[in-house]
Design a protein around this ligand. Structure first.
Ligand code: FMN
Length: 206
């Protein structure tokens, strides 16, 4: 590829993908959601197989997308995108900012401008991810705040990396979530511990 940064020119939204399996509520941040047909009204999402939310959507065939707006706070990304529902209850302490929909799934209300609930109609195994094709069953607009794009998140929501502390070590920043890796070199197979993106999404810090 002449310039891998060409991939950054693709535009994405940002969403909390939520699901409920048994008594367990959970959700994760995704940027990979889009409408693919109008009649029927269908969307696709792709979710990393290592995400707990992935297994819940695969098992139940239902999910809700909370569309994050430009008012979304970084703490929402930390809560839903930097930790796994396998380890924590992400909705604990978040009761005031979430509501349970008719499909039984919790959705986020803070920093969110719209939501869509959907039913999976087919899946494609993409190796690292599963692509879910789903019928939109319901949805609503909550306010007129602009939906956040990935570019807006990078420029305005994600904190800027701290000025380099005096250190012998080199530093690389994950361009997706802002995690900073320190070391002599960045291993090729390094996976960001926060957002699970690969070493190719890291840039060296001065
Ligand atoms: C800005 C941002 C975008 C992300 N986009 C995706 C995505 O499109 N697909 C995905 O599977 N994970 C994505 N993630 C990573 C998941 O949100 C993250 O791994 C989460 O901790 C998984 O939680 P879970 O195990 O409870 O499902 C993204 C994270 C961030 C911070």
């Amino acid at each position: 590829m002449k310039n891998p940064k060409a991939m950054y020119a693709l535009s994405y939204g940002l969403f909390v993908l939520s699901a409920r399996q048994g008594e367990k509520d959970n959700g994760c941040i995704i940027n990979t959601a889009m409408q693919v047909t109008t009649e029927p009204n269908r969307i696709i999402i792709t979710v990393n197989k290592s995400n707990y939310t992935h297994d819940m959507v695969l098992a139940t065939g239902r999910f809700t997308l909370s569309v994050l707006s430009e008012k979304a706070e970084f703490s929402t990304f930390q809560r839903f995108g930097f930790q796994s529902g396998r380890d924590v209850d992400k909705f604990a302490g978040f009761e005031a900012d979430a509501v349970r929909g008719d499909n039984g799934i919790l959705r986020v209300t803070k920093g969110v401008c719209a939501w869509l609930s959907a039913k999976v109609v087919s899946t494609i195994d993409l190796g690292t991810h599963t692509l879910f094709l789903a019928d939109v069953e319901d949805g609503d607009v909550l306010n007129s705040d602009p939906a956040a794009t990935y570019t807006y998140y990078q420029a305005n929501i994600k904190p800027k990396p701290q000025a380099a502390a005096p250190s012998e070590k080199k530093r690389w920043v994950c361009v997706v979530c802002g995690y900073v890796y320190e070391g002599d070199f960045l291993p090729e197979d390094f996976i960001c511990p926060w957002c699970k993106h690969p070493a190719s999404d890291f840039e060296p810090l001065p």
